[in-house]
Design a binder for this molecule. Structure first.
Ligand code: EPU
Length: 302
């Protein structure tokens, strides 16, 4: 979608927003899939309420992009524009056991930065691609930990209230790959409270998680991490593997040979290929195990 309304174009600089016209979403997502649209890069949080009012007044549909690492975007010219936060400098500020982090901060770099300052707890998230905002929204987790456990405050744009608010941890619920944030809330910043640990000890934990991940996940390939959530008490990857589906493909969309819940883009897969593969696997798992797999990956298709 193209923004060509002169009123919107004229207002953007004042709101601290930079327009990047006709961006390929395939370049902004780890799967390397997705059509084109205009991208609005937000440089100051304070401009967000006015920006959203402006887009809504002029009937411009919009979506909010984090790191693009857990996202499958549709093909062709997309029927909405994309907003994204520009990372401030610095993006992490430490004070005692608290870390104040901008939502646009890179998750892995943040974990490492905190570790170097003897703050641990997030070792399991090393190697998970994406931003702090995305990790927060999905309550990212791995190897027995989840980011929600360390959250003390979240600064967000609350779509329902049309304003920026700060929520305390007791006003938010974090569950397995799910949070109580509304779908159109925008994560802006978070305050984490992290346990003190010597850097050397954290590094050891990081090395173990890195090794486990390297040996079980296709890290060098284009993917969006796990495609399906694990049903309670079950492993989606194991079920797909048991059906002998590793390597199954629709065009260049392929089930990884290394981990059956990772679907990779082995070349120039389209969203249509990937969605067909996902639908086929859901059906086969349903038939064989009587289990309805739920998407873990976020799908923006239409
Ligand atoms: N398994 C197989 N075949 C496979 C994949 C897995 O038999 O192809 C078996 C494994 O041997 C193991 C069990 O299934 O016994 C579970 O596998 P794994 O330890 O790899 O964990 P997972 O449940 O598949 C979850 C998260 C990952 C996270 C890892 C490590 C979900 C959907 N996935 O995977 O998160 O990295 O645990 O903690 O919760 C993501 O969220 O995108 C993601 C990759």
């Amino acid at each position: 979608m193209r923004i060509d309304n002169p009123k919107i174009l004229a207002a953007l600089p004042e709101l601290g927003v930079e327009l990047r016209p006709g961006q390929a979403m395939s370049e902004l997502t780890s799967l390397g899939i997705g059509g084109t649209t205009d991208v609005l890069r937000i440089k100051k949080h304070e401009g967000i309420p006015d920006l959203l009012n402006l887009l809504e007044q002029h009937g411009v549909p919009h979506k909010f992009l984090g790191g693009g690492s857990n996202l499958l975007v549709g093909d062709g010219e997309l029927p909405w524009v994309v907003m994204t936060l520009v990372k401030p400098d610095p993006d992490v500020v430490l004070s005692g056991n608290f870390a104040q982090i901008d939502a646009a901060a890179d998750l892995g770099r943040t974990v490492t930065y905190c570790a170097k300052n003897d703050l641990g707890g997030m070792e399991g998230l090393i190697g998970v691609p994406g931003t702090i905002g995305g990790a927060l929204r999905m309550n990212a987790g791995a190897y027995g930990m989840q980011i929600g456990s360390y959250v003390r405050e979240v600064k967000l744009y609350r779509a329902a209230e049309r304003k920026i608010e700060i929520l305390r941890d007791d006003q938010i619920s974090f569950e397995y790959r799910h949070t109580s944030f509304a779908p159109d809330d925008m994560m802006l910043a978070v305050k984490l409270e992290l346990p003190s640990k010597p850097f050397k000890e954290i590094l050891q934990g990081i090395r173990i998680c890195n090794e486990k991940r390297r040996s079980s996940q296709p890290l060098g390939q284009k993917s969006a991490g796990c495609i399906f959530k694990n049903p309670p008490g079950k492993s989606a990857g194991r079920m797909i593997d048991e059906l002998g589906l590793k390597g199954l493909n629709v065009g260049d969309a392929r089930i990884s040979d290394r981990h059956a819940n990772f679907f990779v883009n082995a070349g120039s897969a389209s969203a249509k290929d990937m969605l067909t593969l996902i639908g086929d696997v859901r059906e086969r798992v349903h038939k064989a195990f009587d289990v309805e797999l739920e998407h873990e990956v976020v799908v923006w298709n239409g």
